[in-house]
Write a protein that binds this ligand. Structure first.
Ligand code: 0X9
Ligand code: ZN
Length: 581
């Protein structure tokens, strides 16, 4: 599936041909993802359909009232979930609609727990912890690692605002070494704004567990928790998530003022945010619609809590005009993780123009997409939206903000989640944590990879060789080509990283192993004199600079210094025999 600007521009020319080709391909392919297709009106309450369009403008019009689950501009169709009323409307609007009866039937199956499955995971999906299971995990992390993790209550879900014995708290897990003073750069990740998207909150919880379990073992994880802060809102919409855990395709919050007493009630929180709310035809004013924006900007308690929290952790780094850029040195990153379609999206979602920091935002987006292999693009190129989290993060605060659309389905199966979604996106999250100090600058620079020592442990006075690869090319170029340069310099720091200003950090040079820095990928090395180093664990921070002057993200390695071995007795009496025999 392709969802790119490039394809978008080709659509008017190629649509007729591609539609025919795709229809033939679908008909012939035994492995076609959607099967069998029928042209009959649906018989179930809620159906999954392919709606074929002949003008891309039809997608924008559609997205104002229903959320396209999948958009294939090349083949000219969207996949959407519809009620019988929606189905009729789609045909009236000129879409040719085909029911995916297989997927529709699967969605209407009652959920069953697997044999032996515990109650703290979603029935049939043992890899996804429920709201309660996740909250227990967050509290466990805070009590096991009190110096590194704490849970902060940032507000109440809609149900809790109505009745304090119902609903949930909105809990943020904050990860950082409290013994290292700040201020520190912040990475904020929210998930489950849309409850039917199962993978995102579990990904965040596993990310937290990975960080805590590897603190003190892995040098990168260690400095990330020492010098940065990671804030994880696993459930932005826990009320809705409880509905989705039963198998319902719940998207909005559960606010019963809107479309009362139905499963279509509530407000789409990802259309309710206060920046550009209702600006751009990317949301609905009909209370029962999937993309209902709410009665006013930030009307919902969940939105208010998230906005207030973001404003408390991030400084406002952008002026009030839509054309004001954040400064190049601005700090912090916001990720709002969703499912599905394998995309990395950045603002604007409501405006066609790039943001005033558009180039740097795109660079970081293409870097993220290098790790997870997703298609990087500006959000509006998928379809227009307004009042979204990412337009708020950037528009209100100047923080580079992204929506990751994880994986291939809302109820992603556990094998795909654990085998693919998790490793690919953990790598992207780790990079986000590294880049959070200067997100508009660092991603253009080279990554420091394979940082190794000739020996991880040496006795004091023994020289040790540090080697690293500097790579300026790591971008996903599936939607455009990100520029790269030759490597121009590499350096390392011993124990005091380059960003510390209280003590003077000392830059130590690394030399090109092949004699000159004249390639975009270079191996560099340095010999470290360990004379006089205190015994115990040290950390070496490595980074590279490219020919355009961009310093890339730091990678680190531990060096252990131990006592010089006491000379053997015979050496004291027969020193001419030599040491170490
Ligand atoms: O429609 C949404 O809110 C997001 N997709 S989802 O399937 N998770 O619901 C996409 C928001 C990104 N913005 C734009 N596409 N403009
Ligand atoms: Zn979503």
């Amino acid at each position: 599936m392709l969802r790119t600007k490039f394809v978008f521009k080709l659509v008017p020319i190629g649509l007729a041909i591609t539609m025919v080709l795709v229809l033939v391909a679908v008909a012939l392919s035994p492995t076609a993802a959607v099967s069998p297709l029928q042209s009959e009106p649906p018989s179930w309450e809620y159906q999954v359909v392919r709606a074929y369009f002949d003008d891309p403008a039809m997608v924008a019009a559609l997205a104002a009232w229903i959320e396209p689950w999948e958009v294939n501009y090349e083949a000219g169709y969207v996949v959407v979930g519809v009620t019988p009323g929606d189905y009729k409307l789609l045909t009236t609007l000129g879409f040719r609609v085909e029911v995916d009866s297989g997927l529709s039937a699967a969605l209407n199956q009652p959920r069953q727990a697997l044999p032996g499955q515990g109650g703290d995971t979603i029935p049939g999906f043992p890899c996804y912890r429920t709201v309660e299971g996740t909250f227990t995990a967050l509290q466990d992390m805070a009590s096991t690692y009190p110096q590194l993790a704490s849970v902060v209550d940032i507000g109440d879900s809609w149900e809790k605002t109505q009745d304090s014995s119902q609903g949930y708290d909105l809990l943020v897990l904050v990860l950082s070494n409290q013994n290292v003073p700040g201020p520190k750069p912040k990475l904020f990740i929210s998930s489950s704004v849309h409850p039917r998207e199962y993978a995102p909150p579990e990904l965040s919880t596993r990310f937290a567990e990975y960080l805590l379990q590897n603190y003190g073992q892995d040098a990168d994880v260690t400095w990330l928790l020492d010098y940065n802060e990671i804030h994880l809102l696993t459930f932005a919409n826990p009320d809705g998530r409880k509905q989705a855990e039963t198998g319902l395709l719940w998207r909005k919050n559960t606010n019963n003022l809107f479309c009362s007493d139905t499963d279509s009630r509530g407000v789409d929180l990802n259309r309710n945010f206060g920046f550009g709310w209702n600006c751009c035809g990317g949301s609905s004013g009909n209370v029962c619609d999937e993309t209902y924006r709410g009665p006013s900007a930030a009307s919902e308690p969940e939105t208010q809590a998230i906005q207030a929290y973001m404003r408390s952790i991030f400084p406002d780094q952008r002026g009030d005009s839509i054309n004001d850029p954040a400064p190049a040195e601005a700090t912090g990153i916001y990720l709002d993780t969703h499912s599905f379609s394998k995309l990395v999206l950045w603002p604007w979602g409501g405006y066609n123009s790039p943001t005033p920091n558009g180039e740097a935002i795109q660079t970081l987006g293409r870097k993220f997409a290098y790790f997870n292999g997703y298609t990087p693009q500006q959000a509006i190129d998928l379809y227009p939206t307004d009042g979204t989290t990412l337009d708020f993060g950037y528009g209100d605060l100047g923080v580079p903000s992204y929506t990751f659309e994880l994986g291939t389905w809302f109820f992603q199966d556990c094998q795909y989640f654990e085998g693919i979604v998790l490793p690919d996106n953990l790598a992207a999250y780790l990079y986000a944590a590294k880049a959070a100090r200067t997100p508009y600058l660092t991603p253009a620079g080279p990554d420091a990879l394979d940082v190794v020592l000739s020996s991880a442990t040496v006795s004091v006075g023994t020289p040790v060789t540090l080697t690293a690869t500097l790579d300026d090319t790591r971008f996903n170029n599936s939607n455009g080509a990100e520029p790269f340069e030759n490597i121009a310099a590499a350096e390392y720091y011993l124990d005091v990283p380059p960003w510390i200003t209280a003590t003077v950090p000392i830059s130590l040079p690394m030399a090109p192993v092949d004699g000159s820095f004249d390639q975009p990928v270079e191996v560099a090395a340095a010999t470290i004199d360990t004379t006089g180093l205190p015994l115990g664990r040290h950390i070496l921070f490595v980074r590279g600079r490219d020919a355009a002057g961009n310093w890339g993200a730091v990678s680190a390695v531990f060096l252990w210094i131990e006592e010089e071995p006491a000379p053997a007795l015979y050496q004291m009496y027969f020193p001419w025999i030599g040491a170490g025999e």
